[in-house]
Design a protein around this ligand. Sequence first.
Ligand code: CTP
Length: 422
Amino acid sequence: MKIVLGVGGGIAAYKACLLLRLFKEAGHDVRVVPTQAALTFVGAPTWAALSGHPVSASVWDDVHEVPHVRIGQQADLVVVAPTTADLLAKAAHGLADDLLTNVLLTARCPVLLAPAMHTEMWTHPATVANVATLRERGVTVVEPASGRLTGADTGPGRLPEPEDLFAAALALLESGESGQRSREGARPAEERTRGRRSDHALAGRHVVVSAGGTREPLDPVRFLGNRSSGRQGVALAKAALERGARVTLVAGPIEVPAPDGADVVRVESALQMREAMTVAAQDADVVVMAAAVADFRPSEVAEHKIKKSADADDAPVVTLVRNPDILAGLVASRRAGQVVVGFAAETGDETGSALDHATAKLAKKGCDLLVLNDVAAGKVFGKDDTEVTLLSADGTVTSVPAGTKETVAGAIWEAVVPLLAP
Ligand code: CTP
């Protein structure tokens, strides 16, 4: 692994030499990036000799290699030990006035900061606020140890022992790897974990969501499709990520980008969606069928583009066959404790209200929760706002007030979480 060891200007910089040795002995490729002040405590030759890489605190050395961007971009882990109060402030505010602060802005990997300073500085409201900001963004800021500080004074502010920092760094590296799930582009560790800290309701859960419509092919260029935009399914996937879940999004054609951090499986037809959902559901805790699946597909798919004949009245007749009911199949094969959520787009008619139809559908499909969209007068498709009613298998009916699809997604997860096995 490529580790960047940032070193701030504190007397504890000498401990970073031992941490560097531990990383090297474990086989990691370590690049040391000290601040100018750190070099006052431990000189560049020491870092260069121990790491086997050139050492600079400045963005102006080896400019042809663009180190201020490349070092951060290529890192698998950034550890800053010691992190001074000044470095915490710079990191919290995105300043980039030397090589290390540039690395912190360009890193797309887990970041661990190990503060070391006098107790007064550590407990100052400015530092407290900076640490809170960084943690909120997903940066790991380890607590300093308590004990003897540089002078005669004691208190919290000591840099933890190198062995402890080494263990914390490796643990972060492992969790960072398992958090790096997006097949559609990596993003900073800070962003990946944003939101998870405030609400861990789905932490450790695997959530599978289908989204969008399906396309049922007629020939190589034509298909039967529907108006689903995929917004609700994508909002559900995003809200699940924010609640700490591992998310698989099985996406038919969708008009909105898939959320970063989800495993995205692209499909087109209902048969492909059934295949992808069945595979993904095998180890899932929650399965949500938010997709608008075509109930029918052309019985035959022409191998070549269907051509008009000379006869102006001639038109092909398309015969349709039923598609499998994916939701019903998932319910039938669900593993113990798995929660299955379905959607129902209904309108009231002479035989009953939308709620009546949804109640019947919940019973027919056998899912744990049914999200009812009243689609009378085109209220749902492609719109940003929606209004749903949640029907539980135990007979509970909950109206969710009108709101964005993101807000509604949150309400759906609130209803799902109590159904999950502990
Ligand atoms: N669904 C599915 N497979 C299908 C059709 C629908 O998995 N072939 C799922 C949808 O994703 C949704 C739920 O079933 O979660 C209900 O979809 P809806 O179209 O409202 O119901 P249908 O079962 O198709 O019933 P109908 O259209 O006859 O009302």
